[in-house]
Design a protein around this ligand. Structure first.
Ligand code: ADP
Ligand code: MG
Length: 315
């Protein structure tokens, strides 16, 4: 039996702004088994990054609870959080803005090791940095180079080495290939996949691009305006999407067999502002199946088939 490594229950994150409460994450629940990948998919602004950061406690949740390896980490102290950071890491979308430009490749990779006093002797640190560079496919000759001297793929490899430096069990990959050239994306995805197998890692893989998670995830959670609207094993999502939003997202994927890219924006209308949301289905304004019944309450995720959950009253 696989073990649940992470469980999130009714996670909420509102940002208070002058215009009102931004419902960035609005009651999200899911669990992930050890060694698996959960893909979180949705348009820009739907709350993917906030979900990832809040469950790592990089952002304080407004409410809800987070369990990691069976322990409630929702309110752990700063000191415990530092300890937890060894097990729970993040890889950012844009390695360039997350890397200090004044530090060399080796300094950047050594930083988390020194911060956590994992290894003390300089020689041992150097050895570990070279080992990590090899693990992520960075040539040893790049040891003293700076991030601006490298291409996007190598910079992302630094980001991955930093995330791996503390031997984590769980990593949130927040759009790790979205800022990269298409030609480099596959290399980084392959690297992440290899690392997962070698090191037994568990991933949350965040992306706005469904075709990326197709290759990567075991399960997919589709997010819209701070809520999950559908969750199912990856093949099931692709073969049997049920929520109108998931269907629309899937129809927006380029179809290689036809040798053409389908229209970018097949979903009518704009994503609703997440400020002070009314009690109605979050997809109401854009759904071509919407009717009066979709107002007045927010449909909850219901299990329609084993492992397949949908938040739509008409499924
Ligand atoms: N610090 C913040 N203050 C106010 N609003 C924020 C903040 N961070 C994110 N948001 C808002 O929360 C929503 C979700 O953002 P985000 O989680 O970054 O979405 P995604 O990663 O899916 O693109 C967006 O409307 C965004 O503008
Ligand atoms: Mg994001």
């Amino acid at each position: 039996m696989a073990n649940t490594i992470l469980e999130v229950k009714d996670l909420v994150k509102y940002f208070k702004t002058k215009k009102g409460n931004v419902h960035a994450v609005d009651g999200v629940s899911f669990a992930i088994e050890e060694g698996k990948t959960l893909g979180i998919v949705g348009e820009s602004g739907c709350g993917k990054s906030t979900t990832g950061r809040t469950l790592l406690r990089l952002i304080e949740p407004t409410s809800g609870s987070i369990f990691f390896q069976g322990k409630d980490i929702t309110n752990v102290s700063k000191k415990e959080l530092k300890e937890l950071r060894k097990d729970m890491q993040i890889i950012f979308q844009d390695p360039f803005s997350s890397l200090d430009p004044r530090m060399t490749v080796s300094e950047l990779i050594a930083e988390p090791i020194k911060l956590h006093k994992l290894i003390k002797s300089e020689q041992e640190i150097e050895k570990r940095v070279l080992e990590l560079m090899e693990t992520v496919g960075l040539a040893a000759r790049l040891y003293n180079t700076y991030p601006h001297e490298l291409d996007g793929g190598r910079r992302q490899r630094i980001g991955i080495a930093r995330a791996l430096a503390l031997n984590p069990k769980f990593i949130v990959c927040d759009e790790p290939v979205s800022a990269l050239d298409v030609s480099i994306q596959a290399q980084i995805l392959n690297l992440l996949k290899d690392l997962q197998q070698k090191l037994g890692l568990t991933y949350i893989f965040i992306t706005h691009n469904l075709s990326v998670v197709n290759y990567f995830a075991d399960e997919i959670a589709v997010m819209y305006l701070g809520s999950l609207v559908e969750k199912a094993p990856v093949e099931e999502i692709f073969e049997n999407p049920m929520h109108p939003y998931t269907k629309a997202l899937l129809s927006a994927i380029p179809v290689p067999e036809l040798g053409k890219k389908m229209e970018e924006n097949v979903i009518k209308g704009e994503i609703t502002s997440p400020i002070n949301l009314p009690d109605e289905c979050r997809f109401f304004k854009r759904c071509d199946q919407a009717c009066e019944k979709c107002k007045g309450h927010i449909p909850q995720l219901r299990q329609i088939k084993p492992g397949h959950f949908v938040a739509c009253d008409f499924v």
